[in-house]
Write a protein that binds this ligand. Structure first.
Ligand code: MGD
Ligand code: MGD
Ligand code: SF4
Ligand code: MO
Length: 682
């Protein structure tokens, strides 16, 4: 039995440190790594299911080629790469390298992910995507307000006496945050959850506010107005560290509990109660989720919420602050990939075209110079996870040739001409960052890849030789195939960073030298004014929004449609405990606890439509539809229906058939939740 330090590279707050025990080429045991103070409880059920996942009978172990009947048959690596190289050569000759789309999703974290783009540079360029499906409206709102995206160490929230969990469901999506919150509660702190759904996190809350989806900006401004009127402003903090307070104050005073009650459909006395807690309790931490920032008004929403921390001086102090995204472990630019927020810079001498991730389908169909002819997809499942599935499918099907690299035959892989088998987290060493805790960690190779599986770096090397790219051009860009070459490559990347080396990371998680335990403790903010910016010229110049976080309804809102709406229900599509987006749902261990999709409907909305528990219903709007059994749920706000995202098309719950290919107001995010639907029994 050998024991190895590694870490879970899923797109998940926790990025758990772990020790895996391996014997006879099999994982025998997974236990927490004591060096990661944020994840002492160890991995979740998904983490435990890796034992099944790496050896799943459904895993793709050799290249597959689509047959004329639409099924897949095995093909040797050499033939597969010859065919792909031939297609790449053809489209580049005929239309230029930008007729190739390189699409990378968030399937796994790692420095080596950047090797993909290095390859496409050597190819002569390509079309890539800008923006991101996940969190950019909030990232950009935070950057505009505080200067950058970092927060205090995860355990600092235990020192808070008031915690606002705003549009986040940590009990399912950030399970390791909950013990720190429980610690705060045990010490007399209070938890407020702001969410239209009664989630597992709500069960722990002292107060629950249930706003109408997309209306949180009005709630935040009302709370600010109430605090200002009650004399709760930290005048010293504001005088020394806040820019634009006077203007923001005038805006906030236009709002109060009654106005927010009308807009958000939350009782005014609840809003006043929360305001009184904010006045009376310090320190306050707001832990904000990403679910709330996927609307067309949500960058502005996040700026308004940040205003509440600024005016009460709850920044830069222990137990106080903004927990959204902690990029302190992101000391390498490449670690940011695949969650880069802005259109990528043009690399030297290589023309790169970009299409919007949020509008993937439409932009691909519309791109004319040059038209897209071929796609390479890795680490992502855009058919189920990007908005507007019908248009994404249309765009993929309009191409001449598609390659997908994945571990499983996902809905996206099923659209491919060639599917290449992907490594798992145990089959190649890499260095990974996180976005909640501050550790840099090693994701170590502990198993040989099964079957004919090859890591992407090796696939790119082989493809480069087929395209006549000189091996010397790959040096320093893509490591060679041996474990030693991969480690040497990573060591070079680690070398400039004090305290980080492979030897150190093999022992366990490491803090970067620049780590700040209490973020912004020096009250230095990297904004144009050097202060917390409640009024932002940059917001106006860059994104065309108001320089103040003024409230506006999301574009797709029942109120904009004015009563006569054919689609009167908000479709909520949250994340869920036992899957990561479209991953894990195909495993026996997971299906036992989460066997299939259902649409949650409030009993009032169900009754008027004659929908009964477990009845099959059609969820639809003008963009698309899907059919699922109904689950009556009085924990949902009436006027909302909810289906967890990530179900595969054959399972019937692919929610993005109904979502719009539309960007958020800032950051080029995807406004998934600007989605109105109708449901009917079928
Ligand atoms: N188990 C598990 N963990 C995960 C993931 C996963 O798929 N599964 N995914 C990871 C990733 S990539 C991400 S982005 C994060 C996301 O983490 P979270 O942000 O916690 O998750 P979401 O489910 O997207 O949204 C959180 C909550 O926002 C609520 N919400 C939606 N609209 C509104 C609104 O207008 N106002 C308010 N106040 N609330 C609203 C939803 O009801 C939901 O409960 O989780 C990460 N962790
Ligand atoms: N309606 C709606 N849609 C959403 C969301 C929502 O809240 N509502 N959430 C959005 C969010 S926050 C996110 S982050 C996205 C996530 O969307 P995606 O980035 O597409 O992520 P996943 O669904 O996890 O799919 C990742 C794929 O990568 C594969 N994979 C894993 N490891 C590797 C590897 O090492 N190599 C390769 N080549 N492949 C690998 C997995 O098998 C899986 O098929 O979904 C978004 N979509
Ligand atoms: S999915 Fe998240 S919580 Fe589960 S093991 Fe991986 S990092 Fe930890
Ligand atoms: Mo995400």
């Amino acid at each position: 039995m050998s024991v190895h330090t590694t870490a879970c590279p899923r797109n998940c707050y926790s990025t758990c440190g772990m020790r895996v025990h391996v014997a006879d080429g099999k994982i025998r045991r997974i236990e927490p790594h004591a060096g990661n103070r944020a994840t002492p409880e160890g991995v979740c059920l998904k983490g435990l299911s890796y034992v099944e996942r790496v050896r799943s009978p459904d895993r793709i172990l050799q290249p597959l080629r689509r047959t004329s009947s639409g099924s897949f048959e095995p093909i040797g690596w050499d033939d597969a790469l010859d065919e792909i190289a031939g297609q790449l050569h053809r489209v580049r000759e005929a239309f230029g390298p930008q007729s190739l789309l390189y699409y990378a999703g968030s399937g796994t974290k790692g420095l080596l992910n950047a090797c993909g783009m290095e390859f496409w540079r050597l190819f002569g360029g390509c079309t890539t995507t800008y923006g991101d499906l996940c969190w950019p409206a909030g990232l950009e709102a935070t950057r505009l307000t505080l200067g950058d995206n970092r927060h205090s160490a995860p355990w600092d929230i235990a020192r808070a006496r008031l915690i606002l969990m705003w549009g986040k469901n940590a009990a399912e999506t950030n399970i390791h945050q909950m013990p720190f919150i429980q610690e705060a509660l045990a010490a007399g702190g209070r938890l407020v959850v702001i969410d239209p759904r009664r989630t597992e996190s709500v069960e722990k809350a002292d107060l629950w506010l249930r706003p109408r989806p997309g209306s949180d900006g009005a709630l935040a401004l009302a709370l600010c107005g109430e605090v200002i009127r009650s004399g709760g402003v930290d005048t010293e903090f504001v005088a020394n560290h806040v820019h634009g307070y006077e203007e923001f104050c005038r805006l906030a005073l236009e709002h109060d509990a009654e106005r927010a009650a009308e807009i958000c459909e939350v009782p005014a006395n609840r809003i006043r109660e929360l305001a009184s807690w904010i006045l009376a309790t310090r320190p306050m931490t707001i832990t904000a989720g990403y679910g709330m920032q996927r609307y067309t008004n949500s960058g502005q929403t996040v700026r308004a919420i940040l205003g509440l921390l600024a005016i009460t001086g709850n920044l830069g102090r222990p137990g106080a602050g903004w927990v959204y995204a902690n990029l302190q472990s992101h000391v390498f630019d490449e670690v940011r990939d695949p969650v880069a927020c802005y259109p990528p810079a043009e690399p030297d001498g290589v023309v790169r075209v970009s299409v919007s991730t949020a509008r993937l389908g439409r932009d691909l169909l519309d791109q004319a110079e040059p038209p897209i002819r071929m796609a390479w997809v890795e680490r992502g499942n855009p058919v189920t996870q990007n908005p507007d599935t019908n248009v994404v499918l249309e765009a993929l099907r309009s191409l001449e040739y598609r390659v997908v690299v994945d571990q499983f035959l996902t809905d996206t892989a099923r659209e491919a001409d060639i599917v290449l088998p992907a490594k798992s987290m145990f089959e190649q060493t890499d260095v990974i960052g996180a976005y909640w805790h501050p550790y840099v960690q090693l994701r170590q190779k502990v198993l040989e890849p099964p079957g004919e599986v090859k890591p992407e770096t090796e696939i790119y090397r082989l493809l480069a030789s087929k395209l006549g790219i000189a091996p010397s051009d790959l040096d320093g860009r893509i490591p060679g195939p041996s474990d030693e070459e991969v480690e040497a490559f990573l060591e070079t990347r680690l070398a400039p960073h004090e305290g980080l080396s492979l030897e150190r990371l093999k022992e366990g998680p490491a803090l970067p030298a620049s780590h700040e335990e209490v973020a912004f403790s020096g009250s230095r903010f990297a904004t144009p004014s050097g202060r917390v910016e409640l009024a932002s010229d940059e917001a106006a110049d860059r994104w065309g929004v108001d320089r103040l976080p003024r409230y506006a309804e999301p574009e797709e809102s029942v109120r904009r449609a004015g009563g006569s709406n054919r689609y009167p229900l908000y479709l909520m599509t949250p994340n869920t405990k036992n899957r990561i987006h479209s991953q894990f749902g195909n495993l026996e261990m997971i299906r036992r606890v989460d066997p299939g999709p259902a649409v949650h409907v409030h009993p009032e909305d169900a009754t008027v439509r004659g929908i009964e528990e477990a009845a099959l219903v059609r969820v639809f709007n003008a963009r698309g539809e899907f059919r699922l059994p109904a689950r009556l749920d009085s924990g949902l706000k009436s006027g909302c229906v909810s289906v967890t995202n990530g179900w595969w098309i054959p399972e019937g719950g692919t929610v993005n058939f109904c979502s719009p290919g539309k960007e958020t107001d800032m950051g080029h995010g995807a406004a998934f939740h600007d989605t109105l639907v109708e449901v009917e029994a079928v």
